[in-house]
Every structure is written in C-alpha cells, then in structure tokens.
Design a protein around this ligand. Structure first.
Ligand SMILES: NC(=O)c1ccc[n+]([C@@H]2O[C@H](COP(=O)([O-])OP(=O)(O)OC[C@H]3O[C@@H](n4cnc5c(N)ncnc54)[C@H](OP(=O)(O)O)[C@@H]3O)[C@@H](O)[C@H]2O)c1
Length: 245
C-alpha cells in the first residue's frame, strides 16, 4: 500500500462505524482525514481518538448547500482534496406500506442526493490531484430482500451513478468506484443484530461465516484509493464475506 502522506481524504459519516474505521486506516497510511456528521459531540470524541491528523466538520449532507459548504471548508483549511469517501447513509427496515414519505425522502436525500452533490462540488479539486471517489453502497443494491425497498433502491442508484460518473469524470483523471458492504457490526445494524433468528440466517448464508467488521470495509476502501488501483474505475465491489453472491 502506498504511503498517503500529504493526501487529504474526506469521509462523510466518519464519526462512527465504517467511516470511523476507514478514517483510522487512512491515518495509519499517513493521510490527513476530514470526517463529517450531524452530531458534533460524536465527531469531537472521534477526532480525539484519531489524533492530530483528523479534523471534523459538523453538518447534515442531506440539506441543500451543505455539500458545497463542506468541500469549501476542506479546501480553505487544507488546500487540496485527494479522496472523497461518500459513506454517510441511512436506512429503514419494514414493508413499503409502513414506510412514510419522510423516511423515503430522508433515505434518498442522504444516500443519493448527498453523494452526487459532494462529487459535483469536489470535482475540480479532485481533478487537480487525479483523485478518487469511493461510494459506500450495500449488498442489498443487487440482492432481492423484502423490507428494504427504499434503502436498497437508493444504493442501486449509487451503483449506477458510480458507473456513470466513472465515465464522466475519467477524462479528468478521477476514478469512481463503490464498495458494497454486507451486514457489518455498526450502529445502523442494531435492529438486525438484536434479532437472533435474522442474524443467524444471514451468517448461515455468508460463506465466510461471520458478521463483517468495520475494518473489513475500510480495507476494501483503501484498495480503491491506492494509486496501484489507478486503472480500476466504475466498479461496485461487494465486501460481504460472500453474502448474496
Ligand atoms: N453496517 C452495515 O451492515 C452496512 C451494510 C451495507 C451498507 N452500509 C453503509 O455503510 C455506510 C456507513 O454506515 P455504518 O454501518 O457505519 O453505520 P453508522 O455507524 O450508523 O454510520 C452512519 C454515519 O452516517 C452519518 N450520517 C447519517 N446521516 C447523515 C446526514 N444526513 N448528514 C451527515 N452525516 C450523516 C452518521 O452520523 P450522524 O448521525 O452524527 O449524522 C453516522 O456517522 C452507510 O452508507 C450504510 O448504508 C452499512
């Protein structure tokens, strides 16, 4: 793995779970990492743990104007952006008949609008450094699972945007890829983890026979960020121990 010293990485939702593990992995390679999230106290706690190579920007990426404000702050503070990890995400479980307008809108705003707006605002800065975008999708984007229509379809939109933007931004030297985690041990999966039957079923259908750890996903993100992946773009790769293959 190349040394990432002098590289600046922006990770949305970097205060917890997969984003936090990814921030830690980039920092170990020498990068400076900016994390975002809505909860200031969570971000403060995480930057304390991550140390001086981390910096936090509080904000809600699902709101108009916030993606551009966040990118502007990264540039005014560090003068460059090399890697954008669109990790902030939200979801809900339950039949569509019980899914409110507010929930659908929040899922699509956070999971689809925010990555698109962040990539748009970051493009000129990433182009200067032949940078990379890594979108965090989900194995549900291509699997057939009842009860996650809003979430899974939003992640399918992320996958297709990944391919479309790889084509659009490739001529500027920017690579765009996606990592699609399987069930991973974070806050977002609290409901599934507390349902022993469902957890057992998912693990039994996972060839690697366990739940994912945030660092499993962080390692996959780092592979795509590495210059040695410089000929790989437009790919959506599952990191789920073989679940839903
Ligand atoms: N864990 C899994 O099994 C799994 C599987 C497939 C895909 N994923 C994807 O992995 C990504 C990370 O999730 P995770 O598992 O690490 O769960 P998590 O710990 O709950 O992380 C989600 C992060 O996103 C931030 N966030 C949510 N909405 C936001 C908004 N509107 N503006 C800014 N930040 C926002 C949250 O911070 P605040 O609440 O402070 O804003 C939180 O730090 C998500 O995109 C998720 O869909 C996870």
């Amino acid at each position: 793995m190349e040394n990432l010293q002098k590289k600046v990485v922006l990770i949305t939702g970097g205060g917890t779970g997969i984003g936090k593990a990814t921030a830690s992995a980039f920092i170990k390679k020498g990068a400076t990492v900016v994390i975002t999230g809505r909860r200031q106290a969570v971000l403060e706690q995480t930057t304390q743990e991550l140390g001086t190579q981390s910096y936090a920007i509080a904000g809600d990426v699902s709101k108009n104007g916030e993606p551009s404000r966040i990118i502007e702050e990264v540039i005014s503070k560090f003068g460059r952006l090399d890697v954008l990890v669109n990790n902030a995400g939200t979801g809900s479980m339950g039949p569509l008949s019980e899914t409110t307008d507010e929930v659908i809108e929040s899922i699509y705003r956070t999971n689809v609008f925010a990555p698109l707006a962040l990539i748009r605002e970051a493009t000129t800065h990433l182009a200067k450094n032949k940078g990379a975008v890594i979108n965090i999708s989900s194995v549900t984007s291509s699997g057939l699972m009842p009860g996650v229509a809003a979430y899974a379809s939003s992640k399918a939109a992320v996958d297709h945007a990944t391919r479309l933007l790889a084509a659009e931004l490739g001529p500027m030297g920017i690579r765009v890829n996606a990592v699609a985690p399987g069930l991973t041990d974070t806050d977002i999966t609290a409901d599934v983890k507390s349902n022993e039957q469902m957890l057992g079923m998912i693990i039994s259908q996972t060839p690697m026979g366990r739940l994912g750890e945030p660092k499993d996903i962080a390692n996959a993100v780092l592979l795509f960020a590495d210059n040695r992946a410089g000929w790989i773009t437009g790919q959506c790769v599952q990191a789920g121990g073989g679940y839903l293959l």
